[in-house]
Write a protein that binds this ligand. Structure first.
Ligand code: NAD
Length: 328
């Protein structure tokens, strides 16, 4: 099991991490960051870090439960207070990300611009697909995918005009790999990855860079499924530095997916098997697909690639047009 003795020891050591010497500060002075769902968990860490490094921060949170019930301004207010106490600049916003334009309006009203967006707000409505009511499908999609869309849509013209923007969206390993009981959540999360990759292409010439992270952190969300030792050891503060880096003007990364947590940071890319090309000038039968199945799904023959664009992906198809056989 993951909770064997050795692992428990590792968790103990991770809990006691001392301060770490660092290089030159990454600063965000004069920049405005909007962090959604920043009243707790991961979002709070992003807001605190960006504010500490000089950004003016809009702390958005509607303050509901992890399933999206209820609401109160106190979660966002507390984080704003924390930032101000530490000498930083922040304002609260209590609207749902479903009304993304109101969040962006708060940034423009309070600070006059918007440079950084961290789309982080989220809820869970876990239930097996067979038993899931349609409202739980819709609600999860509305908060995650549509919320991410609404916030970016409202900020986009401002970023285009100022020829600058840094957007960090939030997916999940569950979106990349799947998980029982989370069809609503995983589909919304992978949708956010698709949104990210296409927006990165549309934003690149305007210096609007868009990336997506799949974090792992102990928060009230994961407290519902992780043992308490794990929740404590997987500090959200270990996710924030990657987000801050991607939000910085010096970063050139765009259209990428990252997995991050426990101090580990990694980039994810698609992998495609070398595949099997049937003659392009001959009728193709399902029986031939069946007969060559092991070759179609083979990742170990040294021919697998990592297409990083639709054009690159399409090359595989084009090449097969030269794969022809003489008529007997
Ligand atoms: P969390 O529940 O602590 O934080 C989410 C915050 O979003 C809450 O403060 C909540 O009030 C707020 N929120 C919910 N709906 C909102 C809405 N409509 N408008 C504005 N705010 C809203 O959970 P967390 O673990 O910090 O999660 C943050 C993000 O990271 C989520 O998108 C989550 O899906 C994602 N994520 C987290 C993990 C993890 O290990 N913690 C793993 C994968 C993905």
């Amino acid at each position: 099991s993951v909770m064997d003795t050795n692992f428990v020891e590792l968790l103990e050591r991770a809990k006691a991490a001392p301060p770490n010497p660092k290089g030159e500060d990454l600063r965000y002075d004069g920049q405005v960051a909007l962090v959604t769902g920043a009243g707790g968990g991961l979002g709070r860490e992003y807001a605190l870090l960006l504010a500490k490094q000089g950004a003016s921060v809009v702390v958005n949170d509607l303050g509901g439960s992890h399933t999206g019930e209820g609401g109160s301004g106190s979660a966002a207010d507390k984080v704003v207070e924390e930032i101000r106490q530490a000498g930083g600049k922040a304002v609260a916003n209590y609207d749902s990300v479903e009304d993304g334009d109101k969040l962006v309006e708060t940034a423009l009203k309070a600070f006059g611009r918007i440079d950084i967006i961290v789309n982080n707000a989220g809820i869970l409505r876990d239930i097996s697909f067979a038993r899931m009511p349609e409202k739980d499908w819709d609600f999860v999609h509305r908060v995650h995918l549509r919320g991410t869309y609404k916030v970016i849509k409202a900020a986009w013209p401002h970023m285009v005009k100022q020829k600058y923007g840094r957007i960090i969206n939030t997916a999940s390993a569950v979106g990349l790999y799947g998980n029982f009981g989370q069809t609503n959540y995983s589909s919304a999360k992978l949708g956010i990855a698709g949104l990210t990759k296409t927006l990165a292409l549309e934003g690149q010439r305007k210096n609007i860079l868009v990336n997506v992270i799949a974090p792992n952190a102990g928060t009230r969300m994961t407290a519902t499924i992780m043992p308490p030792e794990m929740v404590e050891a997987l500090k959200p503060a270990y996710v924030a530095p990657l987000v801050a880096y991607l939000a910085h003007s010096s970063s050139e990364e765009t259209g990428s997916i990252f997995e991050v947590g426990s101090g580990w940071n990694a980039k994810v890319q698609w992998q495609r098997s070398g595949g099997f090309g049937f003659p392009a000038n001959k009728e193709l039968l399902p029986e031939q697909v069946a007969a060559n199945w092991s070759k179609i799904i083979d990742f170990e023959d040294g021919r697998a690639t990592n297409p990083s664009s639709t054009t690159e992906s399409f090359q595989g198809f084009m090449e097969n047009f030269s794969n022809t056989v003489e008529e007997e």
